[in-house]
Structures are given as structure tokens and as C-alpha cells.
Design a protein around this ligand. Structure first.
Ligand SMILES: [Zn+2]
Length: 565
């Protein structure tokens, strides 16, 4: 392909005048620009330009010169777009036309692979730059407007929501913004579960008729009763948009191959999340859970690198299975891990451990069965970006009193969600029972969404002598004793509260720790927890693989309540 200066390509393709000139010899040796593509797209408001640069890479390293080119190109593109697009674009489109469609790279830019990679890195820092870089004021306006519409819709279509608002003395028109939500009582998942117990398909919060619902899935979770959730076509599109924001932030791009290793039976983590990877444009392999040996056989047979969508503990478990088969995990091409379902990666040391095991980059995602896959961490690794803007709003509450807490930098509290664009099974102040710390200060990646760190489940939390203990805190403490410990553990509450006895704790030990050292290690764990988390544990060491299951690992089991391991 003939090499052109970027400015020439822009002029030729789109008649855009720029003073940018990057000749082909900017990059030395083998790392040359092998092609430049500029595509002009006519939008209702005028002409927009998508620009891609292909770079010859003989090594995996990202040349630092390219970063400068990418930044400058991005600026060129932005200035070209600024004359034609801006936020007015989405307003100019009827809602039936996805506003993302014109932003996607045209077909002829999608090959070959290496060029595609360079195009995507330079072309789009965000999945949806309009939404993801919105100012707080614009965000608030969008949320308040959609919230008003949603409440009116809920009230009109669901006797449950109608009586909930009526009993609270709230009329739909009274809810003009997120701040007005506090007058409405909370919703619990158990209410929906109870309404489905008599065989009702979707229960009290069904707001769309069945002939508009095209998918039904169940919520997973490690505690509580699963509930059935309906989705209309628009709900599914929104699910994909929201999830694609998160996956894009996590570094996933079109052209990547991803093994989807979540449970496809019923749960959104399987089919719905799979389709979210497809929305983004990743080549997704529907593998599911179990069959680890077959998975490893398939992975080992692939020449090019690939990624995985799984729980972090499954990645740890898979490495053990690989070793058991005589395979070196690092020799397998698994280079990117998109993780979800557990808070593991937020434990100091756990990410490094997973990355080290496979020689991969590991990124964290957060979602709920009711809401979907919505948030992912960016390259700044400074909390998980909330990706549900425009689809759901969040409040923070004190889990004990239910009081609304200020949504400010560093605040901790349980998150409560309200749908603001959901047709089939909308949520109104549903308690997540996830306790988080939120961050509202700007992130250096440029996204303006709030970020968070999950501290734990409020129902996984237990109280020892008046102190709230989260499994994550235990895990953080145990990881300080790595590599002697694997980081896997389970708390077994065998007697009802109050917990004034040593807490039974099963902890996995590395196989290289000799039997003779285990007694001392046990004492070390007890002392460490006493110091870090302020409770006394009755520690029992077990071998690796004893706790990590091929799905979610439950950290706190209340056997006194009849819960099974
Ligand atoms: Zn960021």
C-alpha cells in the first residue's frame, strides 16, 4: 500500500484541510507506516471523518513514536469532527437508529489484523465518547429527564410500583430528579422472588407485555434466591451498549479472540455478556464452565494470542489444571483476562498473581444480574468506571439505617440502583447489598464517570465483637503471606451470631510449603488476621484446589443456617 502523509489522506478522502504532515519515514526500521485510510461519512449534520493508520510491527512492543502519532491523529479527527458533529448528532437521529452505527469503522478498515489494532488504538479512546466524557451537569440533566419518564412508565404499567408510590404518598410527577428518590421505599430482590414463587413468570416488576419480551434470564449470585428477569429488544441493545463501554475501558477491541468461560445456563454472565463482547466486535468463543482440560487443549492449539472472560479464581484454577497436565500456563497464548463475578482483582497482590501465572494483563469488571454488565476498570487502574450512565442511576446508603449518604469522593456505602431506561423488568431503588467506596474526582483516562471499589457484600459481611468484617479484608490480609498461601479461603460460620468465638477459617496453602512448616504458618495466619482485621480465627490449612470451584467461590458460609459449601 502506498504510504501517504496523513494530511494528504485527509484531503483526498474527505476534503479536510489540515496542516498535519507525518511522512512515512517518521518511524524507523521495520516499524513503518504501511497505510493510511481516511473515510468520510455523511451524517445528517454534515461530514465526519474516521482516520486509521496501519503500522508495521515486527514485535509486540507499542513504539513510543506511535503514541505521539495517535494523539495527534486523534486531535486531527476531533477537530474535523468538531465542525460537523458534537452532541447534536444523537439528537438529530431518531431513537431507532443507534447513534453508534456511524462511528463504527467501515468494513474496509477492518483488515488486516495488525492494521486494525493500530486503527482502533488511535481512533477511539472510548466506546461512546459523547456519554463517557459528559460533564456532571449534562449527566445530571440526562439522568433526571430519563428518571422522570421511567417513573411515569413504571407507575402506568405495574400495580406493584403504583401501590409502592401511592403508599409513600409520591406522585410520578413529584420525582423530578435523583434527589427525589429518597421518598420512595427500597425494593428487595426477595420481593420479586416471592412474587415469582407461585409460578408467575416475571413477577411484580414486569412492566412490558410478554409479546415484547424476547429473553428471560435468571440472576446468579452466591447468596439468595435467583429471580427471573425479562428483556425486550431495546433492553438487550442497551445491555450491549452499557457492557461495551466497560469492555472497551478494559482494553477489549474488535479483532480480539475471547473465550467466554462463564455459566451459560440461565445467567446473564453467559449468553448476555457473550453478546456484549459481540456488540463490541470481539470474536467470542462460547465455551461455558467446566471441561477445563478440553479448554486447555483448545487454547494450547492456537498460535495467536487470545483473551478470557471468567472469574479470577477460575483463572487460578485453570493454571493448576494446566500444570497437572504437564502444561506451562505461560506457554499458552492467554494474554488478556477480563474478569468478573468476584472482587478478587481488587485484593492487593491477586491481580499480580493472576497476571504472573499466565503472563497476561488482567482487568476487572463489575455488574449485577438485575442490571447487567456495566462497569470496567481503565488503564489507570484507579477504580472501576461506572458504565451505566443513561441506563441506571445509583445512590449510596448506610446498609444498617437505610439513610442516603452524600455521593462524594471517598464515600463508602451500599449501592442502590434505579433503572432509568428499562422496559421489561425495571428496578426502583433495589438494594444491591454491595458495599462500595466511590470516587468522583476526574480520572486521567478522560472518562468523567464516577469510579468505585467494591468492599464486599453487606450480607457477606459478618460482625465480630462489633467490628464489620468483609471477606475482601481477609483476602487482602492473607495475600501478604503469598506465595506460601494461594489467597483462596472460606469462612464457615457454624454458630449463630453473636460471633464471640474464634472464626473457623479454611485457608489454601501452596504445595511447596513442607508439612513441617505448616504449624508455624497457621500461627502466622492467625497473628496476621488479628493484626489486620482485628479478629481471632480458628485456621485450618488445606491443599490448593480444595476451595476454588469452577464457578464462583463463596467466601462466607453460614452452616448454622443450613447453607452448603
Ligand atoms: Zn479511567
Amino acid at each position: 500500500m502506498a504510504a501517504l502523509a496523513v494530511g494528504d489522506a485527509l484531503r483526498e478522502a474527505a476534503d479536510v484541510q489540515t496542516d498535519i504532515k507525518w511522512p512515512n519515514d517518521l518511524l524507523s526500521g521495520e516499524r513503518k507506516i504501511c497505510g493510511i485510510l481516511a473515510e468520510a461519512i455523511d451524517t445528517p449534520l454534515g461530514r465526519a471523518v474516521i482516520l486509521g493508520i496501519g503500522i508495521n510491527l515486527t514485535e509486540n512492543a507499542f513504539p513510543p513514536e506511535l503514541a505521539n502519532v495517535a494523539t495527534s491523529v486523534s486531535e486531527a479527527r476531533m477537530s474535523a469532527r468538531r465542525t460537523t458533529t458534537g452532541s447534536a448528532i444523537s439528537e438529530a437521529y431518531p431513537s431507532s437508529v443507534p447513534t453508534t452505527s456511524w462511528r463504527r469503522a467501515p468494513e474496509r478498515m477492518r483488515a488486516p489484523d495488525r492494521m486494525r489494532e493500530a486503527v482502533n488504538v488511535s481512533e477511539r479512546p472510548f466506546w461512546d465518547d459523547e456519554i463517557e466524557t459528559m460533564t456532571p451537569d449534562a449527566r445530571r440533566r440526562l439522568e433526571d429527564e430519563r428518571l422522570g419518564e421511567q417513573i411515569a412508565y413504571d407507575y402506568a404499567t405495574s400495580p406493584y410500583y403504583r401501590s409502592k408510590l401511592d403508599e409513600a404518598g409520591v406522585r410520578p410527577g413529584d420525582v423530578r430528579g435523583v434527589d427525589d428518590l429518597a421518598a420512595i421505599p427500597f425494593m428487595e430482590k426477595t420481593e420479586v422472588a416471592a412474587s415469582q414463587a407461585d409460578g408467575t413468570l416475571l413477577g411484580v416488576n414486569q412492566c412490558a407485555p410478554l409479546d415484547r419480551i424476547v429473553r428471560i434470564q435468571a440472576t446468579g449470585g452466591t447468596t439468595g434466591q435467583p429471580i427471573r428477569i425479562g428483556l425486550t429488544r431495546r433492553d438487550i441493545e442497551d445491555y450491549g451498549e452499557m457492557g461495551a463501554r466497560a469492555l472497551w475501558a478494559m482494553g477489549c477491541r474488535p479483532g480480539e479472540v475471547v473465550f467466554e468461560c462463564m455459566n451459560y445456563n440461565l445467567y446473564s454472565g453467559g449468553l448476555s455478556d457473550h453478546l456484549t463482547f459481540e456488540t463490541l466486535g470481539a470474536a467470542t468463543i462460547p465455551f461455558g464452565v467446566g471441561h477445563s482440560e478440553r479448554l486447555l487443549t483448545m487454547m494450547s492449539g492456537l498460535a495467536d494470542p487470545f483473551g478470557i472472560w471468567a472469574t479470577p479464581s477460575y483463572a487460578v484454577r485453570l493454571a493448576e489444571v494446566a500444570r497437572g497436565l504437564g502444561l506451562d500456563p505461560r506457554a499458552i497464548g492467554l494474554r488478556k483476562g477480563y474478569f468478573s463475578g468476584e472482587a478478587g482483582l481488587q485484593v492487593p497482590g491477586y491481580r499480580e498473581k493472576v497476571e504472573e501465572l499466565w503472563g497476561m494483563v488482567a482487568r476487572d469488571q463489575y455488574g449485577t444480574g438485575e442490571l447487567g454488565l456495566h462497569s470496567g476498570e481503565c488503564e489507570a487502574l484507579d477504580g472501576v468506571h461506572y458504565g451505566g450512565l443513561g441506563f441506571a442511576v445509583a445512590e449510596l446508603i448506610d446498609p444498617d439505617t437505610g439513610d442516603v449518604l452524600p455521593f462524594t469522593e471517598g464515600q463508602r456505602g451500599e449501592v442502590v440502583y434505579t433503572s432509568i431506561r428499562r422496559e421489561a423488568s425495571p428496578l426502583l431503588r433495589i438494594r444491591s447489598h454491595d458495599v462500595m467506596q466511590v470516587f468522583t474526582a476526574p480520572c486521567r483516562c478522560g472518562r468523567t464517570s464516577w469510579r468505585f471499589r467494591v468492599l464486599g457484600r453487606s450480607d457477606d459481611m459478618f460482625i465480630v465483637k462489633g467490628v464489620n468484617v468483609f471477606p475482601l479484608a481477609i483476602q487482602t490480609s492473607l495475600m501478604t503471606l503469598a506465595p506460601q498461601l494461594t489467597g483462596e479461603f472460606q469462612v464457615d460460620l457454624d454458630r449463630p451470631p453473636p460471633i464471640d468465638y474464634p472464626v473457623p477459617l479454611t485457608v489454601e496453602v501452596d504445595p511447596d510449603v513442607p508439612e513441617s512448616r505448616r504449624e508455624a504458618l497457621t500461627r502466622g495466619v492467625v497473628e496476621r488476621l488479628q493484626r489486620d482485621v482485628n479478629f481471632t480465627a480458628d485456621v485450618r490449612l488445606v491443599g490448593p484446589g480444595t476451595i476454588a470451584a469452577e464457578g464462583k467461590t463463596r467466601r462466607v458460609i453460614r452452616t448454622y443456617r443450613g447453607e452448603d459449601r
